[in-house]
Design a protein around this ligand. Structure first.
Ligand code: ZN
Length: 247
């Protein structure tokens, strides 16, 4: 009778679904960590570039200060040799202008230094993040990958098992099963005390008798799942559930 084979098939399908769920969750965590690691690295790269650029701006400004300071020295020397009050005034103007330039450049340098400090501290935060994620990845990635490949192998084994069971089932039954599974997740459910364990609706007595007879495939008139009879005395819980089996 197909129903027994279908029950076995469903059992394997539930196992496969559970394993897929675990595998997907592991893969997602791994992907997220790797992505976060990559993003943090890119952010640090970006900070490094900004830092370098500002540092070279700072160096250029410092060189400018030095050049202007030397210029002032030269004017200072010429100031002492000034031949007239007018010449003296002219040198003084140049010197004062250069001094103002220097103080402006010095202010700009200070601003750059503040900016550099800010970048450095944010960059350190990102570096800590990289370290943290890196450590986590190091601790768990290998374990996760091993587990994922074990789960993938187990799925393959179960698929083989499923195909072997499916061979014993009439193709039309099989496609009916797949169809119901697609819509309702659980395709085959027990009927206990004439109640469908899939939708918990009462099965009419005539139909319930046919389920007990187990001579043909009976669908629940309410949820359209394939029904099988479960004795009242059965202790086993028959409502559709995911039986977590050890992999
Ligand atoms: Zn039902």
């Amino acid at each position: 009778m197909d129903i027994e084979q279908l029950k076995q098939l469903q059992d394997v399908d539930v196992q496969i679904a559970d394993i897929f769920q675990e595998k997907n969750a592991l893969e997602e965590t791994l992907r997220n960590d790797e992505e976060a690691f990559r993003v943090a690295e890119l952010t640090v790269d970006e900070f490094n570039k900004n830092y370098e650029q500002l540092e070279s701006e700072k160096k250029a400004k410092e060189a400018e200060i030095q050049q202007t300071t030397e210029m002032i020295k030269r004017w200072d020397a010429r100031l002492k040799e000034a031949k007239s009050g007018r010449e003296y005034q002219a040198f003084m103007r140049e010197i004062n202008g250069a001094k103002r330039d220097i103080s402006e450049i010095e202010n700009a340098v200070l601003k750059i230094m503040e900016e550099l400090d800010k970048i450095d501290s944010t960059r350190n935060d990102e570096k800590h993040k990289i370290e943290e994620i890196g450590q986590r990845l190091q601790q768990t990635a290998e374990q996760s990958k091993t587990r994922i490949s074990l789960l993938a192998k187990r799925i393959q084994e179960l698929e083989v098992q499923k195909n072997a069971i499916a061979k014993n089932i009439t193709p039309s039954m099989l496609s009916m099963y797949e169809q119901i599974k697609k819509q309702r997740q659980t395709a085959i459910v027990g009927v206990k005390k004439s109640i469908c364990q899939g939708c918990h609706v009462n099965i009419p007595p005539q139909l319930f008798n046919e389920v007990i007879m187990n001579s043909k495939i009976i669908l629940c008139p309410h949820c359209q799942r394939i029904l099988y009879y479960v004795e009242d005395t059965a202790v086993e819980e028959q409502k559709p559930k995911r039986n977590k089996k050890a992999v």
